[in-house]
Design a protein around this ligand. Structure first.
Ligand SMILES: [Zn+2]
Length: 68
């Protein structure tokens, strides 16, 4: 059981790093508000692997941001 947990954490960390690198490369973009938890240093690594609790911005603001 302990082994399964370690494997799960390993996969979680793997995806956290991969998605974080993809975001840094501009392949993915967070649609969250600036005050969302995932914007905090250290937590942003898990932005993509923990898709709950985010505070998304409204569609209008998102469109305005994409137009820049
Ligand atoms: Zn967020």
């Amino acid at each position: 059981m302990r082994h399964a947990l370690a494997a799960f954490v390993g996969v979680l960390l793997f995806f956290a790093v991969v998605t974080r690198v993809a975001e840094a490369a501009g392949l993915r973009r967070c649609g969250c508000a600036p005050d969302c938890w995932c914007r905090r240093p250290g937590l942003n690594l898990f932005r993509w692997v923990i898709p709950v609790g985010h505070s998304p911005v409204d569609p209008d603001e998102k469109a305005a941001r994409a137009a820049v």
